[in-house]
Structures are given as C-alpha cells and as structure tokens.
Design a binder for this molecule. Structure first.
Ligand code: BGC
Length: 246
C-alpha cells in the first residue's frame, strides 16, 4: 500500500491526512488547523510542518495552494497574502518540514483526485472541473492529462471576475437564491463552453454537497456531474501529485 501525506491549504483552514493511494481514501482522520491570520508564507509553512509532524507517515508530502504554481513557485495571490507572489512555496515547505514537498494548485489537485477516483474516472475527451468555494478554481483534463494552472475563476464576465459573481462565497455574501446563483453560474459555464467545448463539467468545492439544489438549474451542452470526493479531494489530489517522488 502506498500511503502519502496530503495537505490542503485553504484561506480558512490547513487540512492534512495520510492518503491510501490504492483506494483514494484517507487512511486516518484528517487534522485541521485554522490558517494563521494574514496567511504569511512563514506562518503557513509552520502550520504545514505541524500537520506533517502530527502523522506517523514519512516520505514525500503533497501540498495544495490556492494560486498559480509553476515549479513550486506561487505566481498569483487572488485570495491570499500578496507576499506569496514569487515565493518558492515548495522550497519553503521542504525546508520547514525537512521532507520533499510537491506543491500544486488546489483546483488542479482536486481535479487529479476526481479523475483518478471520482466523478471523472475513466472519462476521456475534455473534462473541466470547477471548484466553487471562496474563489472559483479550475482544472482541465484532455484524455485524462491535466493542463495545469488554468484560472477560469478570473474569466471576465461583464467587467467582473467570474469568481466574484458565482463562487460559493458570492452566493452567501449576496444572499442569492439558488436560482439567481445558478443563473450566474450558467453565464460562467456558457463562456467556458464557447471557448473549450468540454465533454464533461465536474462541479466541486464546498457547495457540491448541496448539488441537488442547483445542478438541475444548469443549462449546458456538456454533461454536468457533482464531484464525489467532497472535502477530501484536495488532500487526496495533493498526495497523488507527490506520488512520483515516493
Ligand atoms: C485562484 C486559483 C485557485 C482558486 C480556488 C482563485 O482565486 O486564483 O489559483 O485555484 O481561487 O482556490
């Protein structure tokens, strides 16, 4: 059995657990520590090390981060501290934990997990995964292969970023009915369909557990299915991303 520690860094919590990669499941209860106020690189790295030390699993670690990540370096900071821009998160976490860490974008990680074990399993063609949470994250797969760092949450929709209109946070902040919010989400999906012509949309993120409230309101050419791994997708995908280093 290959077990790798996966850590999912979000705006409010840093969650980790060992992942059984044969089954795509957590092999122990996850540990969640609130993201330190301000979310500075040094403070986040200390929590990552604390999560790593909590579990009796050694070897490489996979870690998600909610920004564009190229070769371990964060290049954007839409919902995180600006100090992350240009920061080599991978080197920072490797130094702090003393273990090889692989860092990937959070939505890419969730997509990897869904393609391997969940809603996208066995699906060929173009699959677009969207994670609807504080922002909107995206992951695109062509015949199962990830095209990393797509940022469809920042697609401009009538002068405003898609994630400001149609994230789960936007729904809550503006107290939108499911119908109103689904209308906004439809606008985003229609844009994406015009650009990518996907075969399948996988809708993930916190709101995906309430999919029966809104999935039937979505009007797309492509099939839309809810994510299956729910709040474990990031942790599982992080571990998958680190698998090559085991
Ligand atoms: C970030 C993405 C991230 C998404 C979900 C966006 O604001 O730009 O990199 O995947 O939020 O966390």
């Amino acid at each position: 059995m290959t077990t790798i520690l996966g850590i999912d860094i979000g705006g409010t919590g840093i969650k980790g657990a060992p992942v059984d990669l044969e089954r795509g499941e957590l092999s122990e209860d996850r540990l969640r520590i609130p993201t330190p106020e301000g979310g500075s690189p040094g403070d986040v790295a200390r929590v990552v090390a604390e999560v790593a030390a909590h579990f009796d699993v050694d070897g490489p670690i996979g870690c998600t981060f909610p920004a564009v990540i190229r070769r371990g370096v964060a290049l954007t900071a839409a919902n995180v501290d600006n100090a992350w821009i240009g920061n080599d998160a991978q080197a920072l976490f490797t130094g702090e934990t003393g273990r090889p860490v692989t860092v990937v974008n959070d939505a890419d990680a969730a997509g990897l997990a869904e393609m391997q074990y969940g809603a996208g399993k066995g699906r060929s063609g173009t699959v677009v995964m969207l994670t609807l949470g504080t922002g909107i994250g995206s992951a695109v797969f062509t015949d199962g292969r990830l095209v990393p760092n797509t940022e469809f949450g920042h697609l401009d929709i009538r002068g405003k970023a898609a994630e400001r209109r149609a994230s789960e946070k936007a729904r809550e902040d503006h107290d939108l009915s499911w119908e109103r919010w689904a209308q906004r989400l439809n606008e985003v999906l229609t844009h994406l369909e015009a650009l990518l012509w996907p075969d399948l949309f996988v809708v993930g993120g916190g709101v995906s557990k309430k999919h029966d409230q809104f999935l039937h309101l979505l009007e797309t050419r492509a099939e839309v299915v809810p994510a299956q791994l729910l709040n474990q997708a990031g942790i599982v995908g992080a571990a998958l991303a680190a698998r090559g280093r085991a």
